[in-house]
Design a protein around this ligand. Structure first.
Ligand code: PRP
Ligand code: URA
Length: 210
């Protein structure tokens, strides 16, 4: 099976992404933009959720209306930067449960190191959206998804804001069943495995650290 990669070219997402990338964008605006882009991405990435008919009464009449067909979702941000996408996603799908996977990239090897893992107990009944703004080498996403797969979720989708071609290749090879959604596929990684042109260190820009 080949992973599907969807790049959201919606003008609002692309406009906000350009401001997000700008080195002059400060922490507060950066956080707001990550949220706004995540909300728009959530809208697109949930487009195929099945609907069911329900009978409701408006103040005027009884009608058959549509509701999401009992599909249970779980959102799993990869700490830290993935948490920047969480609130916006939860506003769109408030009934979703939330898990967290803690990974950081070793500064020398650039390989992910796991430090936290807490998933909803019923993740095997859920469709999981893994959240992380950056897909660089793909190591963090691939490891996070391997961890989640041990709990047998119904399906997994990976939502990021910027993806490097190298990361897409690693993720599609290691998890061909996982759909990838991003707002941009950038050029390449630099010698420190940062995405070019990218936006710098997403976690540092969200939390004002360096
Ligand atoms: C960043 C980012 C991803 C990872 C991507 O996290 O948020 O998790 O790097 O890189 P990769 O594709 O090469 O694995 P980082 O390790 O900087 O941790 P942080 O979110 O705590 O800042
Ligand atoms: N993590 C980031 O935050 N930025 C990159 O460019 C690569 C990994």
């Amino acid at each position: 099976m080949n992973s599907k990669v969807t790049i959201f070219d919606h003008p609002l997402i692309q406009h906000k992404l350009s401001i997000l990338r700008d080195e002059n964008t400060g922490t507060k605006e950066f956080r707001e933009l990550i949220s706004e882009i995540s909300m728009l991405m959530c809208y697109e990435a949930t487009r195929d959720l099945p609907l069911e008919d329900v009978v409701i009464k408006t103040p005027m009449a009884t009608m058959t209306a549509k509701k999401i067909a009992g599909r249970k979702l779980a959102l799993v941000p990869i700490l830290r930067a993935g948490c920047g996408m969480l609130d916006a996603m939860l506003r769109m799908v408030p009934s979703a449960k939330v898990g967290h996977i803690g990974l950081y990239r070793d500064e020398v090897t650039h390989k992910p190191v796991e430090y936290y893992n807490k998933l909803p107990g019923d993740v095997d009944e859920r469709d999981v959206f893994v959240l992380d703004p950056m897909l660089a080498t793909g190591g963090s996403a691939a490891d996070a998804i391997s961890i989640i797969k041990r709990s047998n979720p119904r399906s997994i989708r990976f939502l990021c804001i910027i993806a490097a071609p190298e990361g897409i290749e690693v993720l599609t090879k290691s998890h061909p069943d996982v759909e990838i959604y991003c707002a941009a596929k950038d050029e390449k990684l630099n010698e420190n495995c940062y995405i070019l042109p990218g936006l710098g260190d997403a976690g540092d820009r969200i939390y004002g650290t360096d």
